[in-house]
Design a protein around this ligand. Structure first.
Ligand code: HEM
Length: 365
């Protein structure tokens, strides 16, 4: 082998080793999907479909909150992902009229027909007005309180009592992320229990009595814990929008009527830039103001109940319901989640616990 052959061989080995190192380095160092010929970024999505929310979080964090996904050529499934609060504020409020949910959303949720969740424009406005007037009526609120207590007394309590008597594992789809997070943070559950006893004037060994919507307002720490749950596990994990017209977002990105926009609320709750270094920790204190009330976070930073004119109409009602149910369960029972470290979300838009939640219910009072 002469000098030239030797040099070529060395160069070849160097290039080969460098390519292997580069591929491995890229795989471990970056979440960015590889842009392949023809299929473009689809393989990365398929490879991560079982952990799609976590994957979206990694990519969006790496790209500063906005990412343009490229689907296979000729398929028209390119998508625009953004969880930048300035964009969220712009899309949901400032330029609301340019961002209806679009016909694709309607196709996915065809089962909901022409209901408020599915429609846009004039039909949505009509639905919104009618629904608001029903929900704000005093008789409706009273009926809601009564019905909820009826369901707890006749439905929830007997079921949990029966399971508790049988001191065995069970699967329950009714228990939420709130209980998963409490299982991982027993000191927070203790604080909630103490708050219930103090604010509702009930002793540890005494049954919880009927308490009203007004009384739920005293449960500030519980409220913070529920907000914190929705920050980490928003029930609606993402939103979908299609621009009517060409536009430029506050981030400088251009969008057109062909852009399918994904607004991942799950990712927004896990952005260090929005919530600080401890963003993955479950801290109800994050929501308590210096004066001891609930700290307001703008909906374009905390969009668990949506933002802008299409904000959830049932937000306040949802908190009343969640507080009554959570306080009843926490005061009366010990909910022991089986292997809380191995509980994962489903990949669906509505974020549920994958394969249901295994819990052991122990009666306290
Ligand atoms: C923790 C509980 C809840 C959460 C996290 C939540 C969240 C949301 C979100 C994200 C939307 C927007 C959905 C979309 O546009 O695709 C929404 C819409 C809505 N929610 Fe809720 N919701 C909750 C409970 C409730 C309850 C209890 C009610 C009524 C009793 C309710 C009534 C509505 C209505 C009527 C809309 C449609 C608003 C519109 O399109 O103008 N929600 N909710």
């Amino acid at each position: 082998m002469d000098f030239l052959e030797c040099s070529l061989l060395f160069l070849l080995i160097f290039c080969f080793t460098y390519s292997i190192w580069f591929i491995i380095y890229r795989r471990t160092k970056t979440s960015a999907p590889t842009n392949w010929p023809i299929l473009r970024e689809l393989p990365a999505v398929i490879g991560n479909i079982h952990r799609v929310h976590a994957y979206m979080t990694e990519v969006l964090i790496e790209y500063g909150g906005t990412y343009e996904f490229k689907g296979p050529i000729f398929t028209n499934i390119d998508m625009f992902f953004t969880c930048d609060p300035a964009n969220i504020h712009y899309i949901f409020s400032k330029n609301f009229l340019n961002y209806p949910k679009g016909p694709e959303f309607r196709k996915i949720f065809d089962i909901l027909g022409n209901g408020i969740f599915n429609v846009d424009h004039e039909l949505w406005e009509l639905h919104r007005k009618t629904t608001m007037s029903i929900m704000s009526h005093a008789k409706f609120q009273i009926l809601l309180e009564r019905t909820l207590w009826d369901i707890i007394e006749k439905g929830l309590k007997p079921i949990l009592d029966a399971f508790a008597k049988q001191g065995k594992d069970t699967t329950s789809a009714a228990l939420t992320w709130f209980f998963v997070l409490l299982a991982k943070n027993p000191s927070i559950e203790k604080k909630i229990r103490e708050e219930i006893q103090q604010q509702l004037h009930v002793k540890e060994d005494e049954n919880l009595k009927f308490f009203t919507k007004e009384e739920t307002r005293k449960l500030i720490y519980l409220h913070g814990a529920l907000c914190e749950t929705l920050r980490l596990f928003p029930s609606v994990s993402l939103e979908h929008k299609v621009p009517l017209d060409h536009d430029i977002l506050p981030s400088g990105h251009r969008v057109s009527p062909k852009t399918r926009m994904i607004l991942p609320f799950y990712v927004m709750g896990r952005m260090e830039t929005l919530w600080g270094k401890d963003c993955l920790e479950f801290k109800p204190e994050r929501w308590i103001s210096e004066r001891g009330g609930i700290k307001h976070e703008p909906s374009f930073k905390f969009p668990a109940f949506n933002a802008g004119p299409r904000t959830c109409l049932g937000k306040e009602m949802a908190f009343v319901q969640m507080k009554i149910v959570a306080a009843t369960i926490i005061h009366n029972y010990n909910i022991q989640v089986v292997e809380p470290e191995n509980v994962y979300p489903t990949t669906s838009i509505i974020m549920q616990v994958k394969n249901g939640l295994m819990v052991k219910v122990v009666k306290k009072v």
